[in-house]
Design a protein around this ligand. Structure first.
Ligand code: PGA
Length: 260
């Protein structure tokens, strides 16, 4: 794992944006795996800004989001379809026909999950998978004890995830209980992974992911198996890492090392 520790959240977001911009510039038709959540909002802002000011283009890229709530129509303001449209897609030049999210408003979420997994494969797989991390160590909606061999499927959300996401809904009861999420194995199949975590609330999960045992109890620890996983952190999110000095020696200020 490449662990990049930046002085603050703004610098961490800029570093993650650099990595995405680099891929899209070198491979304009890259297949991007995208993520939602509060952490990603400033990242999409920076990417949209770079599109506007520096011509960063997503015109040929395709995208596959990690997950979607079951039961929410794309127009629902709390759906991830809506989030992506609002914070990213409408602000850049990505072709809407090449953007994909799991279909949450369906009578057959199992069939929708299988279709989504097949669509990723048809697209040739994901070049760069962007990830956040839950306080409980989830990636996508792969909650603790999710199979490390899992593929896109229906997951029941933990109460802690529902509480974390409740801010977007009118009440806890209205916060969805189920989602379609790409699996841990789907994520590990991506050619590169980029996980962004900021803020002290993520410090414990980040330490378990990087330095804890490989375990379904912390699905993000599966990234230890990935040969090209980059973890971008601000200082607060890095705070519980035992080997912080080592990571900072290898990548001072989160910048590339001599051998990158
Ligand atoms: P957050 O969510 O960015 O809103 O904290 C991250 C996640 O749950 O993956």
């Amino acid at each position: 794992m490449k662990v990049l520790i930046l002085p603050d959240a703004q610098a961490a977001v800029a570093r993650a944006a650099d990595i995405i911009a680099d891929i899209v510039t070198k491979k304009p038709d890259a297949v991007l795996g995208l993520a939602t959540g509060g952490t990603m909002l400033p990242l999409y802002d920076v990417l949209a800004q770079r599109h506007r000011d520096s011509g960063l283009s997503f015109a040929q890229t395709a995208s596959f989001n990690l997950d979607e709530y079951i039961g929410l129509a794309p127009e629902h303001p709390c759906s991830y379809h809506y989030y992506m449209e609002d914070v990213f897609f409408r602000r850049v030049d990505i072709d809407p026909s090449r953007t994909h999210l799991p279909k949450g408003n369906t009578d057959d979420p199992h069939a929708a999950s299988e279709a989504y997994e097949a669509l990723i494969e048809e697209a040739g797989g994901i070049d760069l998978q962007l990830l956040g991390i839950g306080q409980n160590g989830h990636i996508g909606f792969n909650e603790p004890t999710a199979s490390l061999g899992s593929r896109t499927r229906v997951k029941t959300l933990t109460d802690s995830t529902r509480r974390a996401n409740q801010t977007y809904f009118a009440s806890f009861d209205e916060t969805p209980r189920y989602a379609i999420t790409t699996g841990v194995a789907t994520i590990l199949d991506s050619r590169k992974c980029l996980l962004l975590a900021t803020g002290a609330a993520k410090a414990e999960a980040v330490a378990k992911m990087i330095e804890g045992p490989l375990s379904a109890a912390c699905p993000a620890s599966a990234l230890q198996l990935h040969a090209r996983a980059t973890i971008v952190l601000d200082r607060d999110a890095a705070n519980a890492l035992a080997l912080m000095d080592y990571y900072e020696t290898v990548h001072p200020e989160g910048q590339p090392s001599a051998f990158d």
